[in-house]
Design a protein around this ligand. Structure first.
Ligand SMILES: [Zn+2]
Length: 242
């Protein structure tokens, strides 16, 4: 069975990010596990602004669990790192937590946000760095490939977000087609994050999200497989599955 480990900073990164790829993998029989660094208690969207942080954390944990169900993700855990402060946590602890999931789950492939942070959020950047270190330390027992989700430069103006760090064309190592069923699951997952729904509404006001958020694009992170000449269409291409 194909095993995909996803490592993200905030509940909803899995849905707004490579949610279609995750849904496709799970739907096609893959086993997906998500390691989530924070409970998202520093959210600033909509109702998040007015809720006590503890209450928001509880709500977002529940929303994340519902999103995992929508995507077909079978296992997840929230590490409880401080939202907005992931770059300040002890790196040995952070890398060790990811390593523990790598050793237990034995993923063939890992994914996270692009090392530039996509939105530029320091938590995203920190998580990509911790995952890179964990894969390096895992060596032959770790994932054979790591892919970093991002938004191609040609699509980045749609988001109207100056902090956005896009993927350059030459970085794109995987382009994953998202069929209608996987897209519906991604949208269901996005809607599961009820406290964050204003973000989705704002994107829909800017462009046709259903059409423009697919296919999903990835750069390649630390990997033991030889890079393909052209972008792969499936993150398990070239991977030996035991
Ligand atoms: Zn995030």
């Amino acid at each position: 069975m194909k095993r995909l480990l996803c490592v993200f900073a905030h509940p909803d990164d899995e849905s707004y990010g490579p949610g279609g790829t995750i849904a496709r993998c799970a739907r096609d029989g893959g086993d997906v596990f998500i390691t989530m660094f924070t409970a998202g208690e520093a959210g600033t969207i909509g109702v998040s602004k007015t809720l006590p942080r503890d209450d928001l954390a509880l709500m977002r944990r529940a929303e994340f669990a519902a999103a995992c169900d929508a995507l077909g993700v079978r296992g997840h855990r929230v590490l409880g790192a401080p939202d907005g402060g992931v770059s300040n946590v002890d790196a040995t602890w952070a890398v060790g937590e990811i390593l523990a999931d790598i050793r237990r789950f034995k993923p063939h492939v890992a994914i996270t946000f692009h090392r530039g942070g996509v939105s530029g959020h320091p938590d995203h950047i920190a998580v990509a760095g911790f995952l890179d270190r964990a894969i390096a330390e895992a060596g032959a027992g770790g994932p054979q490939a790591c892919y970093e989700w991002g938004i191609p430069r040609r699509k980045s103006p749609l988001y109207q977000r100056p902090s956005l760090v896009p993927l350059d064309e030459h970085e794109i190592a995987a382009v994953v087609d998202i069929d209608d069923e996987a897209m519906e699951r991604k949208l269901d997952a996005i809607r599961s994050h009820r406290t964050q729904i204003e973000f989705f509404v704002s994107l829909e006001q800017k462009f046709d999200y259903r059409a423009m958020s697919r296919p999903e694009h990835f750069a390649r992170g630390r990997s033991r497989i030889a890079p393909a000449g052209a972008p792969v269409g499936d993150l398990f291409e070239g991977i030996e599955v035991d």
